[in-house]
Design a protein around this ligand. Structure first.
Ligand code: PMP
Length: 352
């Protein structure tokens, strides 16, 4: 077929499964186990459906303003999109147009190479060290742009702010993107650096620490000129990215600081408890500062544990990829869910 040679052929990203079982413990896509802020439910219940006749406000002003206010920024420093996946895709499209390859770690968020391939952006990966840490010097050479998550995914390992600044400072002629999807679970954000470096974009999301993965809200923060360029591309692609409910509910979620602090503290406490228990059961892992633990067992292959958990309706994530195919990525659920997980693992591992 002639037309087939003109298809944009891509190998798509494969998201974690979203099973719909009544009784399951879902620890496979790093969602938040707690509901969104109480005001979100109230607002949704009273949402005036007639508003859906109208297009949403295209600049997303209410949400941009709420995010800017929360971080003490000017609204011109904030861009919002349909989850950070959309924000990151827009950033790739806007800034990664050099012939030189963009660079990111070999073990990282597996969407980066998918966007690069889809948009025909050349890329190079830099291996993490044997402890799964990013080696900052790897990012000092000439390149077409830099992107990495902090904490990294799926390792959960955090990079020091001073090291991030070193990478940004060594790359003044290209855009450096720090993907902070998991920063609220114990990391230090690179956000203050945007005032000093006009080549830095910090990307965050409502999907994890704000319990709103289903609402699809993400945002980028950076120099107003960078934000203007992303908006130009967005308006050239789809003017109305954020729907009416996402705009209204996003504002509500951002304003409830108390609930945000309370739920993230619970997740951090449960994560630390889970680390202790996993260690006791013979697992090892780096010091995760995210809402997941990337663990390997001393004797039992990860794939076997993954299958055994699945039979119990406990879903975790397994990647059959070089270097990490003996690891499980276990999202942090409620304390009760993690207790069930540990109880099962204890029985399973002692009866093998
Ligand atoms: N960045 C990283 C590192 C992630 O793990 C994820 C979640 N899959 C995302 C970005 C995208 O999240 P969302 O689109 O839900 O904001």
């Amino acid at each position: 077929m002639g037309w087939e040679s003109y298809v944009r052929k891509v190998v798509p990203y494969v998201p974690g499964e979203q099973p719909n079982e009544a009784k399951m413990i879902k620890l496979n896509t790093n969602e938040n186990p707690y509901p969104p802020a109480p005001g979100v439910a109230k607002l949704l219940a009273g949402f005036d459906v007639d508003r859906l006749r109208l297009y949403p406000e295209p600049t997303c002003k209410v949400l941009v303003d709420a995010i800017a206010e929360y971080y003490g920024l000017d609204s011109s420093q904030v861009f919002v999109g349909v989850g950070s996946d959309d924000v990151l895709a827009m950033i790739f499209l806007t800034f990664f147009n050099d012939k030189k390859p963009i660079v990111f770690p070999d073990i990282t968020y597996s969407f980066y190479d998918v966007w690069a391939d889809m948009l025909r952006i050349p890329y190079e990966t830099k291996p993490l060290d044997e402890k799964f840490k990013i080696k900052k010097e790897d990012y000092y050479g000439e390149n077409g742009g830099v992107i990495f998550p902090n904490p990294n995914a799926p390792t959960g390992i955090l990079m020091e702010l001073s090291e991030i600044e070193d990478i940004v400072a060594h790359n003044r002629d290209v855009i450096v993107v720090v993907d902070e999807a998991y920063i609220d679970f114990g990391g230090v954000s690179a956000l203050p650096l945007i005032e000093r470096y006009d080549n830095l974009l910090v990307v965050q999301t409502f999907s994890k620490s704000r319990s709103m993965a289903g609402m699809r809200i993400g945002y980028a923060m950076g120099n107003p000129k960078l934000i203007r360029y992303i908006n130009d591309v967005k308006y050239s692609f789809n003017s109305y990215t954020m729907n009416q409910t996402a705009l209204a509910l996003g504002v509500e979620a951002m304003r409830d600081k108390e609930y945000f602090e309370e739920t993230r503290a619970k997740i951090i406490a449960t994560r630390e408890w889970t680390k202790q228990e996993l260690k006791r059961l013979g697992f090892s892992f780096g010091d995760s500062k995210s809402n997941f633990i990337f663990a390997t067992h001393e004797t039992v292959p990860a794939r076997e544990i993954f299958e055994a958990l699945r039979k119990e309706n406990i879903y975790v994530r397994y990647f059959s990829k070089e270097r990490i195919d003996n690891y499980l990525r276990i999202s942090i659920g409620t304390q009760t869910e993690m207790e069930t997980l540990i109880r099962f693992l204890e029985t399973y591992l002692t009866h093998l």
